[in-house]
Design a protein around this ligand. Structure first.
Ligand code: NAI
Ligand code: 15L
Length: 269
């Protein structure tokens, strides 16, 4: 029996991680539906392109039609003015879950962020129950997403895996990223495990490779069956030689959110 998902929706498909995951998710589903406000290019053999603004409820209702599971990457991915974050990350997440409820979608993988806990010190080790300490408008919007997904599981049984992604890039480029780096292969395996695990309920998982030092304890997400295989360590010498090193008392060196803790205040729009 095939465990292929019938229709899988990938939002934010034109973004950095969306482009990485697009070809890697295609084999997991009979139909991969791709959405973004930015250009998605041409549809591949089992792809459906449905451009849409996350802030547009009617469009989101159409987008979720016939969708079994969602990998939700779409939205503002850095800190900034409140209005764009409100539209894409707060209204967008509400629209996603309301549309999922109305259309019967069963599972959502929500791209949360380490910035929901950015104001914890780098000396701390956090698990899924850590106090939420967002480090800006962006982190606050991801806290909203985690809370909304919790509500939609408790009230309506829509399962969610909140992936508190660290820094998912080709390689770590500063000392902080030696702890926060998530390789693209480990990201792909995390998404695959979170889609395939028999039951996920409402799970919080930190998205980092098997790095040293490690700030995050994923023991409460063991049921996902995900074990990261890569490590930032092989990049250490290259990173030390090329990175701009900040003094140890710089706030970006003290807090898990790095430079995000120093940003703002931002204009309203
Ligand atoms: P990205 O900024 O490259 O991609 C986000 C995509 O969302 C873009 O293609 C953008 O056009 C789309 N988008 C923005 N506003 C939209 C709207 N109103 N309606 C529809 N689409 C909209 O970000 P990236 O790096 O690919 O990250 C993907 C997700 O993972 C984001 O939600 C981000 O917050 C999260 N994340 C990423 C991390 C990383 O290291 N790359 C770390 C932590 C979280
Ligand atoms: C994030 O949440 C951002 O989306 C990404 O651009 C990086 O800045 C990352 O966190 C990080 O903390 O390195």
């Amino acid at each position: 029996m095939s465990n292929k998902i019938n229709r899988l929706l990938l939002t934010g498909a034109a973004g950095g991680l969306g482009k990485v995951l697009r070809p890697r998710l295609a084999p997991l589903a009979n139909k991969l539906r791709l959405s973004d406000v930015a250009n998605l290019g041409d549809a591949g053999p089992n792809e459906e392109l449905m451009p849409c603004d996350l802030g547009d409820f009617d469009a989101m209702l159409t987008l979720l039609d016939g969708v079994d599971s969602v990998v939700h990457l779409g939205g503002m991915s850095i800190d900034g003015a409140f209005e764009p974050i409100l539209n894409a990350n707060i209204r967008g997440v509400y629209n996603l879950y309301e549309a999922a409820r109305l259309k019967g979608t069963k599972r959502i993988l929500f791209a949360s962020s380490n910035h929901v806990v950015g104001f914890h010190k780098q000396s701390e080790r956090l698990d899924a129950d850590a106090l939420l300490r967002p480090d800006g408008n962006y982190g606050i919007s991801k806290v909203f997403g985690e809370a909304a997904s919790r509500f939609y599981f408790d009230r309506y049984g829509i399962e969610t895996v909140c992936m508190r992604i660290g820094s998912s890039y080709p390689k770590p480029i500063d000392r902080r990223m030696m702890s926060t780096w998530l390789s693209f292969d480990d990201l792909t395996n995390l998404v695959t495990c979170a889609l395939h695990a028999p039951e996920v309920g409402h799970t919080i998982v930190y998205g980092a490779s098997d790095n040293t030092p490690s700030w995050w304890d994923n023991s409460k997400a063991a049921h996902l069956g995900w074990t990261p295989k890569d490590s930032s360590e092989p990049f250490r010498a290259e990173m030390e030689a090329s990175a701009v090193h900040l003094p140890a008392d710089d706030l970006a060196m003290q807090y898990q959110g790095g430079g995000f803790v120093k940003l703002g205040p931002f204009p309203h729009k």
